[in-house]
Design a protein. Structure first.
Length: 297
């Protein structure tokens, strides 16, 4: 297991490690083609350059579509979590405003539950074991459910129903709070959709096959007089295609616990700091440096 810190820049070596097997394969192929091209009978094999150029254009178009779709998934995940940050602040702000003066316990109950909800949602999306903070809250409040984030929103709704009577909330106030809980539920559903909707495997296989077909026929369309240039081109162009494809594969799953993921834990920490400051706590935790634990292939 290797630890990666979330930084503004992703290490070049991390990306190289992701495609190291493809780099090795294409490198060996380029050298082999260059050596075989020294044989007279092999030099007779030639294709018009238009053929690999046409296939390369097709691969480029497919990769452009794949990258665009992957970026849209990544950006949607980031947008949804931006809405979660805003709705979490707004929810607690309205709770503070609507509760009677001095009722700090009710405010703290909602605030603490909302903080735990953000951590639990991020950890469940990444399919990680719940952190100690979330586990302690679940044990303390005896929360047992398959979908813990959804159970926490249910607890929000139940407590809101109880205080609507006991605290004398108006219908308008209750409607505003319910509307925010609904938006939080919508955001959770969008994240689950992004997590569980897999990019069509057939499309990935098609693009991958076409890249290797292009790599195979490319040398036969190049000039044999410049052997070093032929080997270099045979290596570089397919590797560029493979790198673009790998980039799209990494971006298409924004909750896979990778350095390029949506920083859900960092955003949850931001929400916690904001909420604790809003309810007047003095010992507000500092934002910690987040590390991701993941496997390297």
């Amino acid at each position: 297991m290797t630890l990666y810190a979330i930084k503004q820049k992703i290490s070049v070596w991390y990306f190289i490690r992701e495609i190291k097997s493809q780099i090795l394969f294409i490198g060996i192929f380029a050298v082999a083609i260059g050596l075989l091209d020294m044989l007279p009978w092999f030099q007779k094999i030639s294709l018009p350059l238009n053929i690999p150029a046409l296939l390369g254009t097709a691969v480029s178009l497919l990769l452009a579509f794949r990258t665009s779709q992957s970026y849209e998934r990544w950006w949607e995940a980031r947008t949804v979590w931006g809405a979660i940050v805003n709705d979490s602040r707004t929810f607690v702000r309205l709770i503070i405003q609507f509760m009677p003066a001095g009722d700090e316990k009710t405010v703290k109950d909602f605030a603490e539950r909302q903080i735990i909800w953000t951590y639990a949602l991020g950890e469940s999306l990444r399919k990680l074991p719940f952190s100690q903070k979330v586990q302690q809250y679940m044990e303390q409040h005896q929360i047992k459910a398959i979908n813990i984030p959804n159970a926490l929103l249910d607890a929000h709704s139940k407590q809101l129903r109880d205080i609507a009577v006991s605290k004398g909330l108006t219908d308008f106030q209750q409607m505003q709070l319910n509307d925010i809980i609904t938006r939080l539920c919508d955001s959770m559903g969008k994240c689950e959709r992004l997590k569980n909707t897999v990019f069509p495997r057939s499309y990935s296989v098609l693009v991958h096959i076409l890249i290797y077909v292009f790599a195979v026929i490319l040398p036969f369309g190049l000039d044999d007089s410049q052997l070093a240039v032929e080997m270099l081109v045979t290596f570089l162009i397919p590797i560029v295609f493979i790198a673009i494809e790998k980039t799209s594969i990494i971006m298409q799953d924004p909750f896979e616990n990778r350095p390029v993921d949506t920083p859900v834990t960092s955003l949850a920490q931001t929400i916690e700091i904001n909420i604790r400051q809003m309810i007047g706590e003095q010992n507000v935790p500092l934002k910690k440096k987040i590390h991701l634990t993941m496997k390297c292939n």
